[in-house]
Design a protein around this ligand. Structure first.
Ligand SMILES: [Zn+2]
Ligand SMILES: [Zn+2]
Length: 408
């Protein structure tokens, strides 16, 4: 309607499309084509052969036996749309303005730690043995994956019913990084009507295959006016803890062994109905004066233990392999309780992958919680008494041993 009015207002003849349909037709050749894959309704696999790009003709899932198509038609029961990132990156490289930004970036910082690109890990990628060794910074595309569940209908009593996979190019300046051009939606994993997808692995496997294909590619670089070889790598995972548990197969925050970085063991607090982590003193330097101050820590005694260790990459892989080989669910969950790790996950397939270095927990929920608590205290909404009694019963339980800690 609006377009139609506009068209009559403009001098005639003019090329303004008359309807949404015409307008879409006009820009259609410029739209990056999406790829659609059929998926198992239980999220076991995508129906595609990746080696030669020939679509699978299976009519049922190999793993769970569910049928691929609806009974009455040849349309799939569940599909996943992949929005290709290669063509989009090559458009960014091909556009003048972004290239100028890539070259000007270095001047924006003054040697202070203000961003991820000033840190040690980022710099190590460009050193010997790093993934971008011998590459010019402007020809590298380090990408970060955001992944989280989403409620499309806020008022319905449903769980998060879809998962978003978003990539962002993080050596662009902060103000450019978080706008929709360099921040790319690569796909939405559909859930069922009331539940989130059961398993994200088949979808992430697809992303890994694409990353492996794109690791070294040639793109037209507008700044040089010539084709240039570009290296693309997935080097960061920005998620909250439940999402880490889903995509990197570690235990979630409710587990006793909930820390994805080290072997710290939590403690189940009965009155709070959740696991709490009280070994914070162990993370202080060994002879730190605070270590002697018994009353400043929840454990109420002098803590001389040293910082919990982390798994090495090899140890971790061994545990994950043996998890996959275990015959049944019970034994798998026992091993998970003991080690915090589950089986192998998609991103192990990336040769440069280093889970502990690349996980970047999303702290927004914690910040929101803290702000909420603060406002609760100021406005008097927080139930101070309840918190005090819970703290007391917790200390009784833990320190004076009046009750036996429950393990979950
Ligand atoms: Zn299946
Ligand atoms: Zn830890």
């Amino acid at each position: 309607m609006c377009l139609k009015n506009q068209k009559t207002v403009l001098p005639t003849p003019n090329c303004l499309p008359e309807s949404y349909k015409d307008a879409y037709h006009l820009i259609k050749p410029m739209i990056v084509e999406t790829r659609r894959y059929d998926a198992c309704v239980n999220d076991c696999l995508l129906f595609c052969k990746r080696s030669d790009n020939v679509y699978s003709l299976d009519r049922a899932c190999m793993k769970c036996g569910e049928t691929r198509y609806k009974a009455e038609s040849l349309s799939a029961r569940k599909t996943f749309t992949y929005m290709p990132m290669g063509p989009r990156l090559s458009r960014i490289f091909g556009s003048d303005n972004i290239c100028k930004i890539l070259y000007s970036r270095q001047d924006l910082y003054y040697g202070k730690l203000t961003d991820i690109v000033d840190g040690k890990i980022y710099k190590s990628w460009y050193e010997d043995g790093g993934v971008f060794q011998n590459m010019e910074e402007s020809c590298t595309v380090p990408l970060a994956l955001f992944c989280n569940g989403l409620y499309p209908h806020k008022n319905m009593a449903t769980q998060k019913s879809m998962w978003l996979l978003i990539l962002t190019w993080f050596n662009l300046p902060v103000n450019i990084r978080n706008i929709s051009g360099p921040m790319m939606l690569v796909g939405i994993v559909p859930g069922t009507k009331t539940e989130e997808p059961k398993n994200l692995d088949p979808y992430l496997d697809l992303i890994v295959v694409i990353f492996l294909e794109l690791t070294d590619c040639t793109m037209f670089y507008a700044y040089r006016g010539a084709p240039t070889s570009v290296r693309i790598a997935l080097l960061r995972y920005m998620c909250d803890i439940p999402a880490f548990s889903k995509i990197l197969h570690v235990s979630s925050q409710a587990a006793l062994r909930g820390c994805p970085y080290c072997k710290e063991v939590g403690f189940y607090c009965k009155s709070l109905h959740k696991v709490v982590h009280i070994n914070n003193g162990a993370f202080l330097p060994e002879n730190h004066p605070l270590r002697g101050e018994k009353n400043k820590f929840t454990i109420k005694r002098e803590d001389r233990t040293s910082k919990p260790e982390s798994y090495t990459k090899e140890e971790e892989l061994e545990i994950r392999n043996s998890y996959d080989e275990l015959p049944n669910k019970n034994r798998k969950s026992l091993l998970q309780k003991k080690t915090e790790l589950k089986g192998k996950y998609s991103f192990i397939g990336l040769p440069y992958h280093n889970r502990q270095e690349e996980m970047q927990p999303n702290g927004m929920f914690t910040i929101a919680d803290e702000i909420g608590n603060l406002f609760g205290l100021i406005t008097g909404k927080m139930m101070g008494k309840r918190y005090k009694t819970e703290k007391k019963s917790f200390i009784d339980l833990r320190i004076h041993g009046t009750a036996v800690p429950v393990t979950v």
